[in-house]
Write a protein that binds this ligand. Structure first.
Ligand code: AMP
Length: 189
């Protein structure tokens, strides 16, 4: 039976790094929506062409597009595997969270944990200025932090009310953060 772990956190919180570590250590399938989108932009697919303007301005890609992509992924995975899935960068809005719930409920998949990497803005700005991705310019980072604050942060309350939220201090060295994550989800790993 499939189960799902979500990584939540601002840009630069270490979601991608930690999700990759966890998937390698415990055989989770790691789905990074940002990577998936960038790959589509590079290949100039229909999705990539629709998404690129939003990514370039630091805005979120519209919910309906993202939900369609994630829905298709789950339909394909549900029939072909019984593994564990890490969602990195999805959901990022309340409509996405509701859509995810519907998709996985229909398929009998359980959402087991939402790992929230809590990192200060100063740490985010310093990390992203070193990373050097195209959407990591100082102006776009501020845009993305604002978008996070307004559209994604409400999900913390949403998942906390469902007793799924596991908050971790993400300001520390990646290995320490990882050790805490594995401890928190030990039972499911
Ligand atoms: P990330 O690699 O997670 O930082 O995502 C990079 C960019 O991809 C974001 O700034 C958004 O433009 C887009 N993106 C990634 N995930 C989502 C999502 N769940 N909903 C909408 N847009 C997304």
């Amino acid at each position: 039976m499939l189960n799902v772990i979500i990584f939540l956190g601002s840009p630069g919180s270490g979601k991608g790094t930690q999700a990759a570590k966890l998937s390698n250590a415990f055989n989770y399938k790691h789905i990074s929506i940002g990577d998936m989108l960038r790959n589509n932009v590079e290949r100039k697919t229909e999705l990539g062409l629709k998404a690129s303007g939003f990514i370039d301005s630091g805005a979120l890609v519209p919910d309906d597009l993202i939900i369609q992509v994630v829905g298709k992924f789950f339909e394909d995975s549900a029939s072909s595997s019984d593994g564990k899935i890490i969602l990195d960068g999805f959901p990022r809005t309340e409509p996405q969270a509701l859509a995810l719930e519907k998709i996985i409920n229909n398929l009998g998949i359980a959402l087991t944990s939402v790992i929230y990497l809590n990192v200060t803005d100063d740490e985010v700005i310093s990390r992203l200025s070193e990373r050097g991705r195209e959407d990591d310019s100082p102006e776009l980072v501020l845009n993305r932090l604002n978008v996070y604050r307004n559209q994604t942060e409400p999900l913390l309350k949403y998942y906390s009310q469902k007793n799924l939220l596991k908050e971790i201090d993400g300001n520390r060295f990646p290995d320490l953060v990882f050790a805490e994550i594995t401890e928190l989800i030990g039972v499911e790993a």
